[in-house]
Design a protein around this ligand. Structure first.
Ligand code: GLV
Length: 400
């Protein structure tokens, strides 16, 4: 592991974020770090974890902390799944493969985004663990169907369908940094923005050695081949999915479906109705509709409504293992995290992702011991205090 991400330089995810900021051109770092509009939801996701406080049981010895959980019937070494992160190959050469390999090595699952630069077959081959495929309908139904077939053949064990992208959120940092121009093919439009690439010669050299601007290898347009790289805003403008689409998606996939982007108990019920096996309480890391509630606040409402019918995951704002513990206390089976590992990827490739996972794992064990809780299975609301005024599960469930 490179010294730049070892202790004591990097002790937590925020340290990885700082290293990534030094390594990456602004346009790439801000793509990871930024949210929509005023980034209120993005910040609120993190703040929600700060607002929940612990109620430890002291003078209790917890010699062995088993972190294993089962998600969709698969055993993970800890309750963490790497979330789909678009454009990871811009963060580090063959970024999706590097992240999947680190996840597999750590015994956790990796989710590949449709908006990725590496072929989904190569990503599955890079991991010795569980891989999930996240599908957007970019490129249309036939294009999605061919990706679904390929994902099945390559051994992906769950299909994640993201439902909160009727259009892309207003990501002002991407617009200001010229993400669209830099990723487009008109040389003249790039010129006002290229200086930010030149200030990161290490990244630029790695990027060029990796082949430069890549294609969306898993969005293969019939008769045309892989879609040319575009900025994510343009790609998502074309990606709306509806509950009706779930029918053909389900039929084509035939395996477990995970609905990602549930903000309310009503949509959680929809996810159950369409036969999904898991859902992710997610606001896309605050990258879509700014002003929605932080995910941790929504979680109890969803767990109370459908927690006995579907596996409930949550993402958004996970920066510490103690955040994972809080999510589990509020009923999540496991969490997904995107930025936490993407900072690691930008900082040092696969080694940075491995470091992010290692940090979260060590945090988890320490937090359980300090809480006097012998196992994840025993975490519940008695280990935390939730701010007055937060909806509790029962009050928020419209079905009572
Ligand atoms: C892709 O899904 C993104 O949020 O950038």
């Amino acid at each position: 592991m490179p010294r730049s991400v070892q202790s004591p330089r990097v002790l937590n995810i925020e340290d990885l974020r700082r290293v990534a900021k030094r390594q990456l051109p602004r346009v790439v770092f801000d793509y990871i770090d930024g949210g929509a509009e005023d980034e209120r939801t993005s910040r609120a996701n993190c703040r929600a974890f700060e607002e929940v406080t612990f109620r430890p049981r002291c003078a209790v010895a917890t010699p062995a902390c088993d972190l294993r959980v089962s998600v969709l019937g698969q055993s993970l070494s800890m309750p963490l799944i790497l979330a789909p992160v678009g454009s990871s190959r811009l963060m580090y050469p063959r970024g999706e493969e590097a992240a999947a390999a680190a996840a597999g090595e750590a015994g956790i699952a990796y989710t590949l985004s449709t908006l990725s630069g590496c072929r989904l077959e190569d990503v599955a081959a890079a991991s010795k663990g569980t891989v999930w495929y996240q599908v957007y309908l970019v490129g249309g139904r036939d294009c999605a169907l061919s990706a679904i077939e390929r994902a099945k053949a390559a051994g992906y064990s769950a299909l994640v369908v993201t439902i909160d992208t009727a259009v892309a959120g207003m990501r002002e940092r991407d617009l200001r940094n010229g993400a669209k121009e830099l990723l487009g093919d008109r040389f003249g439009s790039k010129l006002p923005f290229v200086s930010q690439l030149l200030t990161r010669p290490g990244w630029l050299a790695r990027f060029l050695a990796d082949g430069g601007l890549m294609k969306f290898q898993n969005v293969v347009i019939p008769g045309q081949g892989p879609m040319l790289y575009a900025d994510v805003t343009a790609a998502l403008g074309d990606a709306v999915v509806t509950w009706d689409d779930l029918k053909w998606i389900q039929q084509a996939w035939g395996g477990p479906i995970v609905i990602k982007g549930v903000h309310t108990a009503d949509d959680a019920r929809h996810a159950v109705d369409v036969g999904a096996k898991a859902l992710v309480v997610s606001n896309h890391g605050g990258r879509q509709l700014d002003g929605v509630a932080p995910t941790l606040r929504v979680l109890p409402e969803v767990v109370a409504t459908v927690g006995d019918q579907i596996e409930v995951l949550v993402d958004g704002g996970i920066r510490r293992g103690s955040d994972i513990v809080k999510a589990l206390c509020l009923g999540a089976r496991a969490v997904m995290a995107g930025r936490a590992y993407a900072y690691g990827l930008g900082a040092a490739g696969g080694a940075g992702v491995a470091r992010a996972i290692e940090i979260l794992r060590a945090d988890l064990i320490r937090t359980l011991k300090l809480l006097g809780c012998p196992s994840l299975a025993e975490l519940d609301q008695s280990y935390i205090d939730v701010p007055a005024g937060w909806p509790t599960g029962r009050a928020a469930s419209r079905n009572g």
